[in-house]
Design a protein around this ligand. Sequence first.
Ligand code: CTP
Length: 396
Amino acid sequence: MILAGRHVLLGVSGGIASYKACTLARRLAEAGTAVDVVLTAAAAEFVRPLTFEALTGRPVLTSLWTPGRALDHIALARDPDLVVLAPATANLLARAAGGIGDDVLTTILLAREGPVLAAPAMNDAMYAHPATQANLEILDRRGWRFIGPDVGPLAEGPSERPGRMAEPEVIFTAVVRAVRGTASPLRGRRVLVTAGPTREHLDPIRVVTNISSGRMGFALAADAYARGAEVTLLAGPTALTPPAGARVERVVTTADLAAAVTRHLPETDVLLMAAAPADYRPAAAVPEKRARTDGPVTVAFVPTDDILESTRAHRKPGAIIVGFAYETTDGSARARAKLDRKGLDLVVLNLDEPGAGAEVETNRITLVSRTGDVPGTLESKAQAAVRILDAVEDLL
Ligand code: CTP
């Protein structure tokens, strides 16, 4: 579990977005962290403390005057790895900026010396108000970090201006990055991830592609971001939602992907080549749709560039290059041959078996490096990503 053994305080203030804090609390608890929830009086009008108690399995604090918990606000200011405020209303930000401690949450903020991450959420005019902007500036200078607000529909109707709270999943990712990223050797490193299939056009509407889903690459981008890396994700055609925090560039053909990799490579510290680029493309591009004919059709294909191979000349010194291999026979020997031939630091070998490889949610991978093979069991692609990046950290 990505946050096992960690401790997060979730401070909830009273806005309509308070209900989304329930999703965040649940997500944090599922990730293995202890979650202490503190509600303002207004938040408790929107969502009952009991809801958070059930979601986190821990008592919820709403008042300074709870018998037996007289000093909890000091412990809760001191102990958590992170205080996350979601939603952070204009009023909460104002009280925090002004150093006012008139309830349990603001008292905790006043006593807090460690990191604070706030997800502002309010009406768009309230967010734009100079008083709110000044408060945000003050808190920013004190080292607070912010996530959002987004532009999007508000409870009172559509809006073109920021005010809507960042989505719980995005806040969750920011929490993981804030908590985990401090210790990782990947923090601040530039990680380039390629993901998904490519498409080679036979004519304007027909393509040759493969069954890669992009899931493995997207999971790697999400986990690298959580570890504090600066992540660029080069994604072929896939319907997946890109992970929060990664800069996403879309590509279609192997040539597009090769050009994008070449462009980013001089600054890249880690290349994770999880994409399945087409190895061949039609020899001639046909500008018009091919009409149907009754007889067989022959299309000549020519090889595309081997991207990994071509990176050799442009790698940053010390860069870690990770290739992926999908083999049906002689997996380990063929993966090791690729490691040597393409000058890679690690090859992630996908085994060809039910429940593993392209198109499915799970994978079974073997990590092949100069120090030997590390086989794995069937696991989610998110778990596989964690193992791959643990190995990359060791190499760094
Ligand atoms: N790859 C690449 N450029 C291509 C095709 C693949 O850089 N034109 C990368 C993939 O992203 C993957 C690795 O090469 O990381 C291995 O791909 P794979 O298809 O297993 O191997 P090939 O190198 O094509 O070798 P072979 O077909 O002989 O197994």
